[in-house]
Write a protein that binds this ligand. Structure first.
Ligand SMILES: Cc1cc2nc3c(=O)[nH]c(=O)nc-3n(C[C@H](O)[C@H](O)[C@H](O)COP(=O)(O)O)c2cc1C
Length: 203
């Protein structure tokens, strides 16, 4: 039995392409392996409090009981435990202003924890979240896979770096791009990404 962690990071409650594609992958995976279990976080519907002066004590381990910092520390522990328990990680990742959404960046702020998900030694940084694979479903209005667009894609490299820093190096990116290039381009992008995801679920 495998456990799949799903992270949604769209701000939309309706009409999200990344959520549709993530759901489509989930149902393909369930067909391929009925015993698969899912642990799901929807960061748009239930946002994590961003790091700030009022909760950062939880990040540094100095929070008073019952404080905002204590709540942050508890949530951080929950998210890291969910990550550790997963065999596979699926991230629905819309591009916002050439990068990932602030909601997803905040999730990384929580789960990247020194001594838990990575550590430094004399040999440099070492990821501690090993033996897992990830699929990142990137949705974009523009086109960043080739040509001039590649220079301003600050989403994919950043996500790859953060996952890799924790030890998750087996990462597949599935892109639905050109969604603002007209209705036909949008349909083709969604269908293309859904087909790629079906193939991954069946593999
Ligand atoms: C705040 C915001 C910023 C965006 N910035 C970009 C961008 O820089 N490049 C791009 O191609 N699309 C951009 N988009 C469009 C989204 O990437 C696109 O609509 C995608 O489908 C969003 O995924 P979702 O439908 O799951 O939310 C932006 C959308 C929003 C709401």
């Amino acid at each position: 039995m495998s456990n799949t962690l799903i992270i949604h990071s769209t701000v939309k409650s309706e009409g999200s392409v990344s959520r549709v594609l993530t759901e489509s992958y989930k149902s393909d995976l369930k067909k391929a392996d009925p015993s698969v279990t899912f642990t799901e976080y929807d960061l748009g519907l239930n946002p994590l409090p961003a790091l700030s002066a009022s909760n950062i004590s939880g990040f540094f381990g100095t929070a008073e009981p019952e404080s905002e910092g204590a709540a942050l520390a508890a949530k951080r522990e929950e998210l890291i435990t969910a990550l550790e328990a997963a065999d596979k990680i699926i991230i629905g990742a819309p591009m916002y202003n050439f990068g990932m959404s602030a909601l997803l960046k905040t999730w990384f702020d929580y789960v990247l924890k020194s001594g838990r998900t990575f550590r430094y030694s004399e040999a440099g940084p070492e990821g501690l979240v090993t033996g897992k694979s990830a699929i990142v479903i990137e949705t974009r209005d523009g086109f960043y896979s080739e040509g001039d667009g590649t220079a301003v894609d600050f989403q994919e490299g950043h996500i790859r770096t953060l996952l890799g820093f924790m030890g998750v190096t087996d990462v597949t990116f599935v892109r639905a791009e050109k969604m603002a290039f007209g209705p036909e381009a949008k349909t083709a992008a969604i269908e293309g990404a859904a087909n790629d995801l079906s193939a991954l679920a069946a593999a």
